[in-house]
Ligand binder design. Structure first.
Ligand code: PLP
Length: 375
């Protein structure tokens, strides 16, 4: 009789949250008993704590990561720093939310090719793409690794552009003591459950040192209102609720420890996988990578994914199709982005997370090493 195959999940959210179950349940009970569920003390406390963690003056909790990005752009429109038709440079290889935030505000998303080694937006491509309508650059810290913010800051300052961060995948990634969310004029975070700092539902935040922007987006997320029933802007309803704020306060305390565990898995993969057909991810600086995802490249990606699946190992593709090739942008974005498209054919994400066991890591390494040899 064949032994049942031991599965290595891509990420077990149940296991991730089980570690804090007692504290999470106590936090939930606190909210239930408080009788106050939206825009209360838990949110105010989380905003203070997350701003402190990122090293910025303001964190504004919103409903999700897409809203965080969309509202910070909308805030700059209300403040007169951006206007309809302005161009925002974005990496071609990103999750579609980075694009949706731009185009949803009637701004123009101009995709830029990534750096082949780090997968992050290439500053020389940004320099080449800056034109008369360019007003902002949105860097995405893809897979958890900081984009080259020093080079992008220099370009933004030289050309009078806003520098924005899509930090949805990079909570805690740092460079020279500064954390993701503190490099740009403003940043958007997602706390989607699978993120490094994940809520138990949808949630997001904007971080910024810009007092005027903070005030504006605080109103925009709440029907454009600063005083109840008085509406300065045509805002939306996108608030991080008390329950998610209380749960996030628990998980924020453990974020650095989780990042350490992720780095350990990444170090094991990087030390243990050595295969002529597999290109491991390049790391500019250790602390600059929060390892939201461990993404390798392989020309026979689909075959590798099938091979790992046959060994019980669950992988994912981030992402199978770039935004400019999605039906949603048919006829709108006809960019030629050969490197972006090649990456989408070759990338594969291995399981990584703070609860992946040593034995599972070893199994993933052994299965990768066995790729291409007879089964
Ligand atoms: C790079 C990036 N930007 C934005 C988002 C949007 O975040 P959310 O799912 O919370 O809307 C995500 C995650 O889903 C993301 O990975």
């Amino acid at each position: 009789m064949e032994m049942p195959l031991l599965e290595v999940p891509f990420l077990s959210l149940k296991a991730v949250n089980a570690r804090y179950a007692t504290e999470l349940k106590a936090a939930a009970a606190r909210v239930i008993d408080s009788g106050w569920y939206v825009l209360g003390e838990e949110l105010a406390a989380f905003e203070r704590e997350f701003a402190g963690y990122c090293g910025v003056r303001h964190a504004i909790g919103v409903g999700n990561g897409l809203d965080a990005l969309a509202l910070l752009l909308r805030g700059y429109i209300e403040l007169g720093r951006l206007a309809e038709g302005d161009e925002v440079l974005v990496p071609g290889n990103t999750f579609i939310a980075s694009f949706l935030a731009v185009t949803g505000n009637r701004l123009v998303a101009v995709p830029v090719e990534p750096d082949a080694a780090t997968f992050n937006i290439d500053p020389s491509g940004v320099a080449a793409a800056i034109g008369p309508r360019t007003r902002a650059v949105m860097a995405v810290h893809l897979y958890g690794q900081l984009a080259d913010m020093a080079a992008l800051r220099a370009l933004a300052d030289q050309h009078g552009l806003l520098l924005l961060e899509d930090a949805a995948q990079a909570h805690g990634a740092a460079c020279d003591g500064r954390r993701a969310g503190a490099f740009g004029d403003a940043a958007g975070f997602s706390f989607f459950p699978a993120k490094n700092l994940g809520a138990l539902g949808d949630a997001g935040a904007i971080t910024t040192d810009d007092d005027a922007l903070a005030q504006c987006v605080t109103a925009l997320r709440n029907y454009g209102s600063e005083t109840k029933y008085h509406h300065r802007f045509r805002g939306i309803n996108s608030r991080l609720d008390e329950m998610q704020a209380a749960l996030l306060r628990v998980k924020l305390k453990y974020l650095d420890e989780d990042t350490r565990l992720r780095r350990r898995v990444a170090a094991r993969y990087r030390g243990g996988i050595d295969h002529p057909q597999i290109a491991l991810p390049a790391v500019a600086r250790e602390e600059a990578h929060a390892w939201h995802l461990f993404v390798l490249r392989c020309r026979r990606r689909d075959a590798l994914q099938d091979h790992l699946r046959a060994h019980g190992i669950h992988t994912q593709v981030h992402y199978p199709l770039p935004p400019h090739r999605q039906p949603a942008y048919a006829g709108l974005l006809d960019a030629q982005l050969p490197l972006t498209e090649r990456l989408h054919r070759e990338v594969l994400s291995l399981p990584i997370g703070p609860t992946l066991s040593e034995a599972d890591v070893e199994r993933v390494i052994a299965a990768c090493q066995a790729f291409g040899s007879a089964a």
